[in-house]
Design a protein around this ligand. Structure first.
Ligand code: FDA
Length: 582
């Protein structure tokens, strides 16, 4: 029997693998996806879908599906801290950019809105469109091992239905097999950090809780119940899955002991305790256990094997970054693989995947873990750390309502502690502010622009090479289009102004020389793309005669301050460096 061959084998169909498949299919790259189970995720783990991810999916033409199925931003943000859903409300934080003062930041930064889309709904959108566009997807197919040589990788897989084991030969492999990645282990990727620092259980259930939440719609309700657990603080999370009748509770357990056997009775009791009303009918759908990790790979590539997603960054759900970052990893990798496979780029372009994404992985792992630590000041403000006795903790928490100097201090401390949670729930800079430095970015000799506001909380738009293309609305045929709508689509884009008209011919020449596609856009009065509000003129950071060269992943690859003597030569030289064609 002849060996099955393909250009790229994707292992896993979670957010990293399914999106890799969608990107490769859209770029016309021959590939196969294998995935262990019979279908996509069976529990709604990831849900916060940030603007960067939605605008990537916009590039792929599936934004409408995501927004149609997701819960909109308006219903995401009245995040509550309480003693139960029927109990005392301790405080609220406006989250996910819903504070009126933050809405402008989010609206100005991206053509796309964030939303809440459970993983159970996102994955079928990704894999469905991928299959429609040419992915060959093999469910019930398990990765067993691999061997690589100079020309390719031979992967051994098992059909879990028949038990049949067979090889697949690929030029490249993407290991997107999640937080316990066998692929990362087999190719020996180096990791820093620790796994399983704390234990959590997920309880998915149906219950109509509209009455308890409709006046404060949010995707997260944090419940503090000292004494309801063994040894810890007693904090649980009631998370909306579908408004307002499908929910997921995250509850802790002691990971140093044996894993708890969570039956329906135990799960129902936890649910009723956190709701604070045991008369509400509850149907338990599923329970599962998972570990909180603080681990990241310092290298994402071993030869022809690339890992993406949780395979290389493992962290708690805080900040909602896991699935988002996994999709963004694959978006970064896919166009590079496509161009190398089509002979449009040299192999060194693939080195930039590591260089660009590993620092992001480290950043989000540390950020998510810090966000867990930043619950500490809330516990301190509520007096939880003053005693081990649950009754005293509850009394300390209640004491904040008294008319005493100590209680007034407690209230100030609580306010500050809740404000600190902006770094978890409104970390717009972390979500959008990634600036790459690698061989696939050609510097223009200017220093990196300083962040004028907190870099984690606020996104700072810049066209500095390596940064994400700033968004603004342009006019075309009487309609509004984003600068991001000009970018992407698997090809380069060059943005210039009327005085930079000569870049069009320069780009045509460079594209011909390198056999690549460059879409050119002269933005200005009387042109196809009009700078409706002069926002592009304010954002572009180059002269009207300069240009901004945008990579297929909407990051700036190079820019020129003004029209040089030889624009075609300068552009071709920059592209040749970026694409390892020098
Ligand atoms: P993922 O684990 O999703 O997928 C791995 C894939 O590999 C699966 O398809 C599996 O079948 C396959 N596989 C594994 N072993 C295999 C083998 N040997 N052979 C073949 N296939 C194999 N993130 C976020 O962005 N926003 C959020 O709001 C949240 N919220 C959240 C809440 C909770 C409670 C949890 C536990 C997690 C989150 N996350 C999150 C994190 C998010 O779920 C996680 O980061 C992504 O699922 C990671 O996607 P991957 O595709 O990398 O792995």
């Amino acid at each position: 029997m002849s060996t099955l061959t393909t250009d790229v084998l994707v292992i896993g169909s979670g957010p990293a693998g399914a999106s890799a498949a969608l990107f490769l299919a859209t770029h016309g790259v021959d590939h196969i996806v294998i995935t262990k189970y019979r279908w996509t995720a069976n529990t709604p783990r990831a849900h916060i879908t940030n603007q960067r991810t939605v605008e990537i999916l916009r590039d792929l033409g599936v934004e409408d599906d995501v927004l149609a199925q997701g819960t909109p931003q308006d219903l995401m943000g009245d995040t509550v801290f309480c003693t139960s859903l029927t109990g005392d409300e301790i405080g609220r934080v406006r989250t996910w950019g819903t504070h009126p003062a933050r809405r402008a930041d989010y609206t100005l930064a991206s053509p796309s809105s964030n939303c809440d889309l459970p993983q159970t709904l996102l994955e079928p959108i990704l894999i469905g469109h991928a299959a429609e566009r040419g992915s060959r997807v093999r469910f019930d197919t398990e990765y067993l091992g691999l061997e690589q040589d100079e020309d390719g990788v031979t992967v051994t897989v098992r059909d879990r239905l028949s038990g049949h084991t067979y090889p697949i030969r690929a030029k490249y492999v993407i290991g997107a097999d999640g937080g316990r990645s066998q692929v990362a282990k087999d190719v020996g990727l180096p990791f820093e950090g620790q796994m399983d620092l704390a234990g959590s259980m997920n309880i998915v259930f149906h219950a109509d809780l509209s009455r308890l939440v409709e006046h404060r719609p949010s995707v997260l309700y944090w419940v503090l119940q000292p004494g309801s657990d063994i040894g810890g603080i007693g904090m649980g999370l009631v998370r909306m899955v579908r408004p307002w009748d499908e929910w997921l509770i995250v509850w802790g357990y002691d990971i140093s002991g044996p894993p708890p056997a969570v039956d329906d009775a135990m799960a129902t009791k936890i649910v009723h305790d956190l709701i604070g009303d045991d008369t509400i009918p509850v149907t338990i759908r599923s329970t599962s256990l998972w570990g909180n990790n603080k681990m990241y790979a310092t290298r994402y590539r071993a030869g022809r094997v690339f890992c993406a997603g949780d395979a290389v960054h493992r962290h708690p759900p805080s900040n909602g970054l896991g699935s988002n970052t996994s999709i963004q990893d694959s978006y970064n990798l896919a166009w590079k693989l496509a161009m190398v496979l089509k002979g449009q780029a040299g192999p060194a372009l693939l080195d930039s995947y590591d260089a660009e994404r590993a620092p992001v992985g480290k950043q989000i792992v540390l950020r998510a873990n810090k966000s867990i630590d930043e619950f500490g000041p809330i516990f301190e403000a509520l007096g939880f750390t003053e005693s081990d006795d649950p009754a005293e903790k509850i009394a300390n928490m209640r004491a904040r309502t008294e008319n005493t100097p100590k209680a007034a201090e407690q209230r100030i401390a609580l306010r500050k502690a809740l404000e600190l949670k902006d770094y978890e729930f409104n970390a717009h800079g972390v979500e959008l502010g990634q600036r790459y430095s690698s061989g696939a970015v050609v510097a223009d000799g200017t220093p990196e622009p300083e962040h004028t506001r907190d870099p984690e909380l606020f996104y700072h738009p810049t066209t500095w090479p390596g940064a994400r293309l700033p968004h603004c609305w342009l006019g075309r045929d009487g309609q509004k289009v984003s600068t991001h709508d000009l970018a992407g689509k698997g090809r380069f884009a060059l943005l210039t102004g009327i005085a930079g008209q000569k870049w069009v011919a320069a780009a045509e020449l460079a594209a011909k020389q390198l056999d690549i596609e460059i879409a050119t856009f002269v933005i200005g009065a009387g042109r196809e793309h009009i700078d409706l509000y002069d926002d592009w003129a304010r954002l572009r950071e180059v002269e009207e005669s300069g240009c901004v060269l945008v990579r297929p992943d909407a990051h700036v690859g190079w820019r020129s301050w003004a029209l040089p003597a030889d624009p075609a030569g300068d552009l071709a030289a920059a592209l040749a460096r970026l694409l390892d064609r020098a």
